[in-house]
Design a protein around this ligand. Structure first.
Ligand code: NAD
Ligand code: MG
Length: 392
């Protein structure tokens, strides 16, 4: 029986994780569930999974959940705040932590889980973009098992040799091919992108996801963050990672070997597949995902990525090549810009402008520890907010 903490249990990844868990009550016990402020859904999850702990960030939400839990006669202890998020990751009864908070807010608890040597199911790619070397050092030092949940990285993990140790050439790996759907604006005339709305940006053709990652997919910043994520997970340089637009989202990524073999992982675009893989690793369990019907798929297309249409992808490659605090700055500026776009304060095309401006004005520093990353993150958020204010 594995004890699980799910960070961000009310989100898209969180609810898909609980869907898989519910299919295997003999294998998993929920130790803790966490959310920002969604009391009703978290309470429903507490009724169904009876966790030992539930954590909320919002004060009013904590009070509300405490009374609901009490009235229902549940034993779940309701905790509050960022420290509590860390606390429920390091408990002795926790075997694995699903890191599914969105954005940089996921860093601290995910890092705590790594330091405590827990098995980490990593959906929160921002942790690696923000603090890749700090996080990977913590994983290596504690001997944590790190399982990528992002579908592309999960595919690459499955296509690499079992004992892959970060040495691409030693393992005969030539390059990594990271697939991307191209999002909802893949074919939208460039002249129309100025006026697209948040709802249009969030209407992803293949995947149902949270709003932040949906906007990232529309701008292809998501793919840019994933290039950086792949760099840290697989020790691949920017030149070793090629983005391939594959609109059907059936091939989730590929690994090319020096002998010309290319190994891919395929499946329906449903996050329960990588989640079930991570939960059961190294075994396989039913995820509830339907069989892939290749006859229905019928054709698969592959197109080179377009840096003019998707400047965010170019900015992410540049930040990875610059290294140091540049990816942390990129990530923070993107989070502020996406939030402003979702709140209809800036246009879709202003997102890359904000990020580029912030990257241009802030110095790049070496990352020697977590403090350097957090300082760059805070500085970039301030600079991005100021720049956005100036646009209005
Ligand atoms: P979501 O917005 O649906 O859910 C986010 C979860 O985090 C919610 O439970 C929310 O309550 C919680 N949360 C939000 N802000 C918080 C804060 N400040 N502090 C603590 N908790 C907070 O997001 P999602 O789509 O499930 O994505 C989660 C992560 O997984 C992201 O990093 C995303 O990039 C990654 N991911 C998602 C998908 C997907 O299909 N949705 C695929 C690959 C990777
Ligand atoms: Mg992905």
């Amino acid at each position: 029986m594995q004890g699980l903490t799910i960070l961000g249990s009310t989100g898209s990844i969180g609810t898909s994780t609980l869907d898989v868990v519910a299919r295997h009550p003999d294998k998993f016990q929920i130790i803790a569930l966490t959310a920002n402020r969604q009391v009703d859904l978290l309470f429903q999850q507490c009724l169904q999974f009876k966790p030992l702990y539930a954590v909320l960030l919002d004060d009013a939400a904590v009070t509300q959940l405490r009374s609901l839990v009490k009235d229902a006669g549940l034993k779940t202890e309701v905790l509050h705040g960022v420290d509590a998020l860390e606390q429920v990751c390091v408990l002795p009864e926790v075997t694995a932590v699903m890191a599914a908070i969105v954005g940089a807010a996921g860093l601290r608890p995910t890092l705590a889980a790594a330091k405590a040597g827990k098995k980490i199911l990593l959906a929160n790619k921002e942790t690696l973009v923000l603090a890749g070397n700090v996080f990977m050092d913590a994983v290596r030092a504690s001997g944590s098992a790190l399982l990528p949940i992002d579908s592309e990285h999960n595919a690459i993990f499955q296509a690499l040799p079992k004992a892959y140790n970060g040495d691409m050439s030693g393992n005969g790996v030539r390059r990594i091919l990271l697939t991307a759907s191209g999002g909802p604006f893949r074919d939208t005339p460039l002249s129309e992108l100025q006026n697209v709305t948040p709802d249009q940006a969030c209407a992803h053709p293949n995947w149902v996801m949270g709003r932040k990652i949906s906007v990232d997919s529309a701008s292809m910043m998501n793919k840019g963050l994933e290039v950086i994520e792949a760099h840290w997970l697989f020790n691949a340089s920017a030149d070793d990672i090629q983005v391939v637009i594959h609109p059907q989202s059936v091939i989730h990524s590929l690994v090319e070997y020096v002998d010309g073999s290319v190994i891919a992982q395929l499946g329906n675009p449903d996050m329960r597949t990588p989640i079930a893989y991570g939960l059961a690793y190294p075994e396989r369990i039913d995820s509830g995902v339907a069989s892939l019907d290749l006859f229905k798929v019928a054709t698969m297309n592959f197109v080179a990525s377009d840096f003019e249409r998707f400047p965010c992808l170019a900015l992410a490659y540049d930040a990875l090549r610059t290294a140091g605090t540049a990816p942390a700055v990129l990530n923070a500026a993107n989070e502020i810009a996406v939030e402003a776009f979702l709140n209809q304060r800036i246009s879709f095309l202003s997102i890359p402008r904000v990020i580029e401006e912030v990257l241009n004005i802030l110095p790049v520093c070496e990352v020697l520890g977590l403090d350097d990353v957090l300082a760059a993150d805070a500085q970039a958020r301030r600079a991005a907010s100021q720049y956005i204010q100036g646009l209005q």
